[in-house]
Design a protein around this ligand. Structure first.
Ligand SMILES: NC(=O)C1=CN([C@@H]2O[C@H](COP(=O)(O)OP(=O)(O)OC[C@H]3O[C@@H](n4cnc5c(N)ncnc54)[C@H](O)[C@@H]3O)[C@@H](O)[C@H]2O)C=CC1
Ligand SMILES: O=C([O-])CC(=O)C(=O)O
Length: 295
């Protein structure tokens, strides 16, 4: 059945709206009302997108957000596991590398985990890679598709410029390549610095989140051949202890239909993946251990 409605819940807006309507509200009264409104918003959802949480400020890494955002994401996942256990879960909140394993742990404990329906949204990395390379190539970004694999922070972001079809020839080995990779890996830092305390890539993320969500909705509604990169529960590097990995995937009615292999890559790209894996493992283990410690 086609998706027919969009529901939106923002804790801060909810609090403002409620306190505007009633002058006196105890924290307990607010929390109870808010939880009920949230559950109502989520009930029966096919797709849930979670961008809730704190963005970083200049000088912070995404991992520095872990302590603030882990609790928010865990608590939201507990609710979604209860009221919409079959929904596709799209996680935007940083650090994505650790938040997705946290959601997986919550769902496992609730006995409702479906690895095919949990996604870390890494589309912004592919958007940046495409934008930067198309600028060099003099092409429109829509003509340049660059798979970006690994994770969503710093050196875990690995753009595969060698797979950008006809645009690949515009990438020159050496300094230009290194600068291009660095810009994709640290594009988020560039935005945070430019916004100077006013948040992170909010609009870029709104675009990237809409691209990924629309792709998923098209697949859920029966379209064939929908392909995106996303950070998912993946077998690709499991033997190296990395249980979540972003790679190209085909989407279907029930989420991940097929996880594609990385394919042919250059020696430089292999080095980037080798550097990404230990960092990714650390980020994933941190999320899983934090959940164990929560018990
Ligand atoms: N995956 C990605 O590529 C990207 C991820 N992000 C991440 O997304 C998150 C949000 O970033 P922004 O939108 O820039 O921040 P923001 O501060 O503009 O928005 C966050 C919103 O979350 C709401 N919120 C907080 N706790 C909540 C809860 N428990 N339930 C419902 N809503 C809640 C706040 O009221 C606020 O409106 C950050 O963690 C940021 O790092 C941002 C850009 C790209
Ligand atoms: O950099 C941040 O903190 C936000 C983000 O994930 C991005 O822009 O890629």
């Amino acid at each position: 059945m086609p998706t027919t409605s969009l529901r939106w819940f923002n804790q801060t807006q909810d609090r403002l709206h409620r306190s505007g309507r009633r002058q006196v509200m105890s924290p307990l009264e607010y929390a109870t009302l808010s939880l009920r409104r949230l559950e109502k918003a989520l009930e029966g959802a096919d797709v849930i997108v979670i961008p809730a949480g704190v963005p970083r400020k200049s000088g912070m890494t995404r991992d520095d957000l872990f302590d603030s955002n882990a609790t928010i994401v865990r608590d939201l996942a507990k609710i979604t596991a209860k009221v919409a256990p079959k929904a596709h879960m799209l996680i935007i909140t940083n650090p994505v590398n650790s938040m997705v394993p946290i959601v997986a742990e919550v769902y496992k404990r609730a006995g409702v985990y479906d690895a095919k329906k949990l996604f870390g949204v890494s589309t912004l990395d592919a958007t940046r890679a495409s934008t930067f390379l198309s600028g060099i190539a003099g092409l429109h970004p829509s003509e340049v598709v660059v798979p970006v694999v690994g994770g969503h922070s710093g050196i875990t972001i690995v753009p595969l410029f060698s797979q950008a079809a006809s645009a690949t020839k515009f990438v020159k080995a050496g300094e230009q390549y290194e600068k291009l990779v660095h810009r994709v890996q640290f594009g988020g830092d560039e935005v945070i610095k430019a916004k100077d305390g006013a948040g992170s890539a909010t609009l870029g993320m709104a675009y990237a989140g809409a691209v990924f969500t629309n792709s998923l909705l098209r697949a859920i509604n029966g379209e064939n051949g929908v392909k995106e990169c996303a950070y998912i529960d993946s077998p690709l590097y499991r033997e190296r202890g990395v249980t979540f990995f972003a790679s190209p995937i085909s989407l279907g009615k029930n989420g991940v239909d097929k996880i594609h292999s990385i394919g042919d890559i250059t020696t430089e790209e292999q080095k980037l993946i080798d550097a990404a894996l230990p960092e990714l493992k650390k980020n994933i283990d941190k999320g899983v251990s934090w959940m164990t410690d929560c018990l």
